[in-house]
Design a protein. Structure first.
Length: 403
């Protein structure tokens, strides 16, 4: 492994930056850097605490770098949790009238857009409804022409008032029949544009129609095959927008007074490799489970990356003190070098990680407070710190043997 190394103690970063700046300037002039004792010591300490990784080494290590969250170890509540599809982003799709499946277009796992065809169906009932619509449209057209004709003749005093009123009544009746036929088709799920496009004698039978998805998402269930007869209460397709999932935690009764909607909730477990997925509490049940004496707490999680799955189990961590401003790190992200707790932070170059000495506070539920050396929002290595420590110490031993 190609690693620049040596162990370190805590150092004033201002002196480190000054030492690096002076060295870079002298090298640019072709001169060897001549530093005072403090600047030289600071530069040596900076190098000693930094590990450099090649692109291949970085790809091998499972590192997660991100902003350090704020919180309090004492304010954390842990509870078993599971992931569920967001019911508000889940739709079951089926016909609104008896139909036979002609062809299935969408398969399991396929992403579809709103309005995209899932299957082509054939319905005798729909064909009859379309025929009634066409008949009503034809009668309305004829009644409209007769109504306009009688109005014109009445204005010229050629037709009687009774004939004019009769034509008007026929016109009103034909319009009502057309509206009723149109509304029947809308009840069957046809849009106004689709209704307007209905025509007799076309290439496509009147009984043929597409079953479409009302929302964008992924096809999670498909219980339809060609030739299958579907009833109006059948829903052979399940389309889910998986970009947001629910996390449902089972919280003990004693902890409920500390929980409220709007608080942060994290989900972690083997399913996500120990990483934390942050979300927000949006519901606390008013009902207590009589057997487990727990209350369900629900939050929503961002799943735009698609790593989370419905039904996965893990642990929920609820942050009950939203105003806490102490940096809060996973215990495994804090390592010890020369008896000093450190966390790894990005260095001055993309391939570098520096061991930053810190002062620790309270620890609970696998999280530890960072009192000094790191602030909330600073970027740090949240997962993979032990691998960086191993690389750093191995390089230090190698350098010691080379002298």
């Amino acid at each position: 492994m190609t690693i620049a190394h040596t162990l370190t103690n805590q150092m004033p970063m201002a002196r480190v930056r000054l030492a690096r700046t002076l060295a870079a300037g002298l090298l640019a002039l072709g001169l060897a850097p001549v530093l005072g004792p403090q600047e030289a010591g600071a530069a040596q300490e900076a190098s000693a605490s930094t590990v450099h990784l090649t692109a291949g080494e970085r790809a091998t290590l499972d590192l997660q770098v991100g902003p350090v969250p704020a919180g309090s170890a004492r304010a954390l509540i842990e509870a078993p949790a599971s992931l569920r599809f967001d019911a508000d982003r889940t739709v079951r799709v089926g016909p609104r009238l008896p139909a036979k499946v002609l062809r299935v277009v969408a398969d399991l796992g396929q992403r579809v857009e709103a309005g995209e065809v899932l299957a082509w169906l054939d319905s005798v009932a729909l064909g009859k409804a379309k025929a009634r619509y066409l008949s009503a449209a034809a009668r309305f057209e004829a009644a409209t022409a007769e109504h306009d004709r009688e109005k014109r003749l009445a204005a010229e005093q050629i037709s009687s008032e009774a004939e004019k009123l009769a034509a008007h009544a026929a016109f009103i009746e034909a319009r009502a029949a057309l509206d009723a036929a149109r509304e029947e088709l809308r009840l069957y799920g046809l849009s106004l544009d689709a209704i307007a496009a209905i025509e007799a004698g076309g290439d496509r039978p009147l009984s043929r129609y597409p079953l479409t998805s009302p929302q964008a998402g992924m096809v999670q269930a498909r219980d339809a095959v060609p030739g299958q007869t579907l009833r109006p209460d059948d829903t052979p397709f399940l389309v889910v927008d998986t970009r947001v999932l629910w996390v449902v935690a089972e919280v003990y009764e004693k902890d409920i007074p500390r929980i409220a909607p709007g608080q942060r909730i994290d989900f972690t477990g083997r399913a996500v490799g120990g990483r934390l997925v942050a979300g927000t509490v949006d519901w606390v049940s008013a009902s207590l489970d009589e057997t487990t004496r727990t209350v369900r707490v629900r939050g929503h999680l961002d799943n735009s990356g698609g790593r989370l799955r419905d039904g996965q189990f893990g642990t929920a961590r609820l942050h009950t003190e939203a105003a806490a401003r102490t940096a809060l790190m996973p215990v495994d992200a804090v390592q010890t070098l020369d008896g000093q707790p450190v966390v790894f932070v990005p260095g001055d170059t993309p391939d570098a990680f520096r061991a930053q000495p810190v002062s620790l506070g309270a620890e609970a539920h696998g999280r530890v407070e960072i009192r000094r050396g790191l602030d909330p929002g600073d970027r740090a290595v949240l997962v993979g710190a032990f691998a960086l420590k191993s690389a750093l110490t191995a390089a230090g031993r190698s350098a010691a043997h080379s002298h």
